[in-house]
Design a protein around this ligand. Structure first.
Ligand SMILES: [Zn+2]
Ligand SMILES: [Zn+2]
Length: 234
């Protein structure tokens, strides 16, 4: 076992406390990752408060993880010590069902393993990225390119993928119009991605408070939904 320092919550209305958790010893395809940054996703907060169902406390949230590989299992082929890597919201799946075989492990018919608040294949509770180290099977780790700082990369592992997915699926690109509703944590990522895909982007935000940011991120138009005039203009 590998001892890692972590921040855990011990109950739905308890504060975070410093603690130590055990990570499993490396199995054949496991990586040991020294976590440098973990984004704070609102899902972490919901789960910590027990708002999404019963939680086995203590709980270590965090599924926007960026770090460095510090050890590899004996049959790891994709990574080596020193690689810059990220881990998102899941860390394993059956690998065998129809959906896993299609590369859609998030829809694993036997249930994917969430990065925290789940159980791994050894029956141990999974604990997330508010921690110094994590052990993850190499297939559930992504490489972070050298030109992205690790702190900037961390939120891409959840907020960015959440918005990239529909834009990719509906083929946002030149000649397509995309409206982003809300300029929050996810929305501002969506504006950047859709603009990078060269779609024509409109932001629909409650107010114009973030208009300058939205336009800087690549939006062509920016409307306030609390302004009745907005709908006349359409
Ligand atoms: Zn998230
Ligand atoms: Zn599966």
């Amino acid at each position: 076992m590998i001892t890692a320092k972590a921040r855990a919550v011990h109950g739905p209305d308890k504060p975070f406390k410093a603690t130590e958790i055990q990570r499993r010893s490396l199995d054949t395809h496991d990586l040991l990752i020294e976590i440098k940054y973990a984004g704070i996703c609102h899902s972490d907060i919901h789960t910590a408060h027990g708002e999404w169902g019963d939680v086995n406390y203590p709980l270590v949230p965090g599924h926007e993880i960026a770090g460095i590989v510090t050890d590899v299992g004996p049959e790891v082929t994709k990574y080596k010590v020193g690689d810059r890597v990220g881990v998102g919201c899941m860390v394993d799946s059956c690998g065998d069902c129809e959906n896993c075989r299609k590369g859609e492990e998030q829809y694993c018919l036997n249930g994917m393993t969430p990065t925290y608040a789940g159980a791994d294949k050894y029956g141990e509770p999974t604990q997330g990225g508010y921690s110094t180290h994590i052990v993850v099977i190499e297939d559930f780790v992504v490489k972070i390119p050298d030109n992205i700082e690790l702190d900037a990369a961390a939120p891409l592992l959840c907020a960015d993928i959440t918005t990239f997915s529909p834009l990719h699926r509906w083929e946002a690109g030149p000649g397509k119009k995309v409206a982003i509703v809300g300029m929050g944590g996810l929305g501002h990522m969506a504006v950047k991605i859709a603009s990078a895909m060269r779609a024509e982007v409109t932001v629909l935000s409650q107010t114009l408070n973030k208009q300058e940011d939205g336009l800087n991120f690549g939006a062509k138009d920016y409307y306030a939904t609390n302004d009745p005039q907005t709908y006349d203009e359409f």
